[in-house]
Design a protein around this ligand. Sequence first.
Ligand code: BT5
Length: 280
Amino acid sequence: MHPFSPPLSLDVIHSTLATQALGHRIELRDQIDSTNREAVALAHAGVEHGTVVVADSQTAGRGRLSRRWFSPPGVNLYCSVVLKQSTATDRPAEWLSWLPLMTALAAAEAIETIAAAHVTVKWPNDLLIAERKVGGILCESGTTIQSEPFQIVGIGLNVNGERSGFPEGLQETATTIRHETGCPVERNRLLVQFLHELEVCVEEFESHGTERVAIAYQHRCRTLGKVVKVTLTDGKEFVGLAEGIEQDGALRVIQYPLPTDGRSPDVHHLRVADIVHLRS
Ligand code: BT5
């Protein structure tokens, strides 16, 4: 056992969980290929809304766009939640584009409730402490054979590891909560808090729409007002000024520097892209 990191435990989690639905059923694994892959399989098999898959380590943790998520044992949180919201049928486009942003918000709130850290978000859903990545989110969606839509919210958080434990390519960009705060975090508690915050965000979205969630997200989002390098999924790159978040969760980026010949600047509405913060 890791000296700073007590084991994940269903008893401990259930003894403090106070959610309406999220986490009432939890599948806890010592090791798994990917909690998202397992959650998708369970969703297809018809598990109830709010089912959670948690693992102590992943052998094939997934990032977006087929990238990998570094998932060593004993120190971190890897978890996927199965959602079956009615909003997904009523307002599917809005729901699917806001879900990763809401998840980032919920995770940031959860970390700050438990640890003395200031967490920001890099659009769409990188969690940062001191400009380094402390967590990532991967949302997927599908439909069961009974035509019932589902969404999977996957989150990986670097909790109690050492920064020197990251592979070389990540040592300059990644961090852990314990490294930044000097204090270990109880992973069971962090999971319970995350499920609570996610449920609050989802309820807020269901009953009041995007308005308050959008304000909270914009408040957290470090990308806004920054000059950013954008890489699109086809590999094309450009530099622009990240101006705002659209009603549908897209990032609005305007041409930068502005044209000097009187033309109006190009405006991009980004739904999927990689962003690097260049300067304020
Ligand atoms: C993400 O992708 O950030 C989404 C990561 C989601 C992981 C969770 S773990 C539980 C659940 N089950 C899964 O199988 N996945 C989810 P993306 O924005 O594409 O970022 C991936 C990039 O982040 C990689 O290419 C690396 O550069 C970097 N990276 C990989 N592992 C990292 C880590 N542990 N900490 C910080 N950065 C990491």
